[in-house]
Design a protein around this ligand. Structure first.
Ligand SMILES: CC(C)(COP(=O)(O)OP(=O)(O)OC[C@H]1O[C@@H](n2cnc3c(N)ncnc32)[C@H](O)[C@@H]1OP(=O)(O)O)[C@@H](O)C(=O)NCCC(=O)NCCS
Length: 247
């Protein structure tokens, strides 16, 4: 566990949990507009967010979905290992609807520093082949792209899971989560946010808020070049990307 460490620390001068963004969108079951807020994930809701991520993210994120990761307790444990470190950094965001404590969505954000060995160290501890495959697919995108070098930065805001509860999808809440990252970057003094996007829906969210595409690969081309991934052939999205938003 020694190197599964995120070195960046949230400045103690920034209030926690902070509300970063509010917006109006349709309520459930009616067209009435109600207020939603995107805020820091409070410490006492971390376990609830893990439950939300298991029910709405692991089941529907295209790579975990096609590899049936939700049926693999080790895959869930691997994710939880990473998410708990992110929660300790106090950077993840959660969305609530006015007057309710139901989790509408979450974005498991963290700040990665150039000399962190976080993902590599976590990968060494992953127990599930599904998580290892997910990581290897991500590494294909990074074969010829180094975010730190390309943008000349030593740290950036990134993510390991964007999720909106199934019943709240279709309200562009993904756009709101991604756009809110700009406010975090400003306050944390970070120049950019950068993410591995695996779903057509999240790729659309990112394009709508102005992320630039660094690398894009179609899953069918990945399978042609790396036949060991033929078991993802039935994946429900077209491609995976690396995308960046300058803040
Ligand atoms: C990515 C995600 C957060 C986007 O949710 P969102 O912001 O509510 O999506 P949008 O409002 O932009 O939805 C646009 C349309 O796509 C539909 N849609 C969004 N996500 C969908 C999904 N996973 N499956 C089917 N349809 C979906 C919406 O219902 C909406 O349809 P409409 O135009 O007919 O109303 C959501 O799909 C999700 O939680 N997916 C599971 C986890 C995942 O894949 N995360 C991203 C990995 S990088």
């Amino acid at each position: 566990m020694a190197n599964v460490v995120l070195k960046w620390k949230r400045p103690e001068t920034i209030e926690f949990p902070k509300v970063w963004h509010t917006f109006k969108a349709k309520d459930l079951n009616t067209d009435e507009l109600v207020e939603y807020r995107i805020q820091d994930l409070p410490t006492n809701r971390v376990e609830d967010v893990f439950e939300h991520m298991m029910a709405n993210y692991i089941q529907d994120e295209p790579i975990s979905q096609v590899l049936e990761g939700s049926k693999d307790p080790n895959h869930i444990e691997d994710y939880k290992l990473c998410w708990s470190k992110m929660a300790e950094q106090k950077v993840p965001l959660v969305c609530f609807k006015e007057g309710s404590d139901e989790i509408v969505g979450a974005n498991m954000l963290f700040v990665l520093k150039k000399d962190d060995e976080f993902m590599q160290a976590a990968c060494g501890l992953f127990k599930s082949q599904v998580t290892k495959d997910l990581f290897d697919l991500m590494m294909i995108l990074y074969e010829d792209f180094d975010t730190f070098k390309y943008y000349g930065v030593d740290e950036y805001l990134t993510s390991f899971g964007l999720s909106v509860s199934r019943k709240y999808r279709g309200r562009s809440i993904g756009d709101h989560f991604l756009a809110t990252r700009k406010k975090l970057c400003k306050q944390y003094n970070l120049k950019l946010t950068h993410t591995f996007f695996t779903s057509d829906y999240s790729n659309q969210n990112a394009d709508k808020v102005g992320f630039e595409t660094n690398v894009a690969l179609k899953y069918e081309d990945v399978i042609k070049a790396h036949p060991r991934f033929s078991h993802i052939a039935n994946i429900k999205s077209k491609g995976m990307t690396l995308k960046t938003l300058m803040c």
